[in-house]
Every structure is written in structure tokens, then in C-alpha cells.
Design a protein around this ligand. Structure first.
Ligand SMILES: [Zn+2]
Length: 129
């Protein structure tokens, strides 16, 4: 009779689900070789982007994939610099023109007709012998 008594279990403590009729996500095993000779496999989701390195489970050193079949690296576009973007819209001749316009405007604002470099320094006076 005691065997039949209902026993309580804490909620959330135990999962009553079993593995039957559950589809495990497709996975793949990747083998890593540690520089100290340890070899181990790590399961990954089939969709996962595979790492090239993994910390060795035995000694903690950085292990590398054993199989040589590295995941094909995605082709990454080289980042466009500001200069690249500028050159898509302008030519150097355009830019020269814009620069000349801007310089004219700036000089006009300063009220300088001539570049500052022509400023004359008083010439030294020589002592006559
Ligand atoms: Zn190791």
C-alpha cells in the first residue's frame, strides 16, 4: 500500500518528457587536435558556423580542427573607405573645382585678396660700414 502512495515532486525539478518522438536538431561532430596530442570531438548544430579553434578539454590548450575541412570562409567585401565612396560620386577634376570654389569663398569671407604668405616682413637694415 505504501508503494502506491502519491508522492509529490517539486514543480520544475524534473522533466517528464522523454526523448521518444522528439526530433533532435541535426548536428555534426567536429574533431579538434590539441598541440599536446589530445584529440576530442565537439557536437555542433548542423547550422552552426564552425569554429576553427576550441579549448582542449583535457589540458586547456588551444586546439585546432583536425580534419582540414575548414568551413569555407565567407567572402567579405573589403570595407569602403570615405575616399572610395567619394570617388564613386566625384572625379579628381570635380574635386579640384569644388576646392577652388571653397577656397574662393573662404578667402572672400576673410577679406583677403592675397594669400597670407605674401605678407612682407620688414627687411633688415644693414649697418653701413
Ligand atoms: Zn590538450
Amino acid at each position: 500500500m505504501a508503494e502506491r502512495a502519491l508522492r509529490g515532486t517539486r514543480l520544475g525539478a524534473t522533466s517528464y518528457e522523454n526523448d521518444r518522438n522528439t526530433d533532435l536538431a541535426p548536428r555534426q561532430e567536429v574533431t579538434f587536435d590539441c598541440p599536446k596530442g589530445h584529440r576530442f570531438t565537439v557536437p555542433f548544430s548542423a547550422e552552426a558556423e564552425l569554429p576553427i579553434n576550441w579549448e582542449c578539454r583535457i589540458c586547456g590548450a588551444l586546439a585546432v580542427t583536425a580534419t582540414g575541412d575548414l568551413p569555407t570562409p565567407k567572402k567579405v567585401k573589403p570595407p569602403r573607405s570615405h575616399w572610395d565612396m567619394l570617388m564613386e560620386r566625384r572625379t579628381v577634376a570635380d574635386l579640384e573645382e569644388v576646392l577652388a570654389e571653397r577656397l574662393a569663398v573662404i578667402r572672400g569671407q576673410r577679406g583677403e585678396e592675397q594669400p597670407a604668405t605674401t605678407e612682407r616682413r620688414p627687411s633688415r637694415q644693414r649697418k653701413s660700414a
